[in-house]
Design a protein around this ligand. Structure first.
Ligand SMILES: C[S@@+](CC[C@H](N)C(=O)[O-])C[C@H]1O[C@@H](n2cnc3c(N)ncnc32)[C@H](O)[C@@H]1O
Length: 221
């Protein structure tokens, strides 16, 4: 799964490849691949790799502020006959129908962490995003690898804050992904079964506080 996606990506959008061979978003893609007949929204969808992990029985919609990424997302969408709908939009100006999506994806898109922004902007962003999700709908949030050289000196969301963000509107489970130092990934990726090994560690909550990235799955109350 991982290798196929990486190949696809390197052909179409090498500049946008996540770079981390053990990125938590490969796990998100696996989770999404199980979904059927859902209405899914991906905010800050970039080139659409995550959204297109869900099969075509789903109604898939993604938007991003960056027109270049949406252009690539549309090309991949057409060439692989995915049926997602991609468009350029600013999350702060968006006003989609409330309570209309079964699944919401917020993957590495928190203002103030994953790109510049204030706490106030983050709250506005999250309130808007959460409002699009139906009661009983599923939210997926991922946070970046804290040891990634790009993020190392930037602010990162911490476990208590992620819990606070979710506790009012969701019942949720936060898991940690990849307790190893980032460079281990460059070796581990060649070890057979590494993905299953990381999944095992995640499900056992090994070193949640030490983990490099968070994976939260939350159900709207
Ligand atoms: C770190 S990237 C994550 C992309 C994608 N979710 C993924 O995980 O591969 C953050 C994305 O958020 C987009 N973005 C930033 N501000 C945005 C806004 N106000 N509205 C919509 N998208 C935004 C960026 O263009 C970028 O594609």
């Amino acid at each position: 799964m991982y290798y196929n996606k990486k190949k696809l990506w390197m052909n179409y959008a090498p500049r946008y490849f996540w770079g981390d061979p053990l990125d938590v978003r490969f796990y998100l893609c696996k989770e999404l691949s199980r979904l059927k007949n859902k209405k899914i929204l991906d905010i800050g969808c970039n080139v659409g790799i995550i959204l297109n992990s869900a099969d075509n029985s789903n109604k898939k919609e993604g938007f991003d502020l960056n027109p270049d990424t949406i252009r690539i997302a549309k090309t991949i969408n057409k060439d692989f006959q995915h049926n997602a709908n991609f468009y350029v939009k600013d999350a702060f100006k968006a006003s989609l129908k409330k309570s209309s999506y079964d699944v919401l994806i917020l993957s590495h898109v928190l203002p103030g962490y994953d790109y510049p922004g204030t706490e106030k902007q983050r709250n506005v962003f999250l309130n808007k995003a959460f409002s699009y999700l139906k009661k009983g709908g599923t939210l997926y949030i991922t946070s970046p690898n804290k040891n990634n050289s790009y993020y190392r000196k930037k602010p990162k969301i911490r476990l208590p804050e992620l819990r606070n963000t979710l506790k009012k509107e969701f019942s949720f489970r936060i898991r940690g992904w990849n307790p190893f130092y980032i460079h281990a990934g460059h070796i581990l990726q060649y070890v057979p079964g590494w993905f299953a090994f990381l999944e095992y560690l995640m499900k056992k909550s090994v070193g949640l506080n030490k983990c490099n990235a968070f994976f939260a799955k939350a159900i709207k109350k």
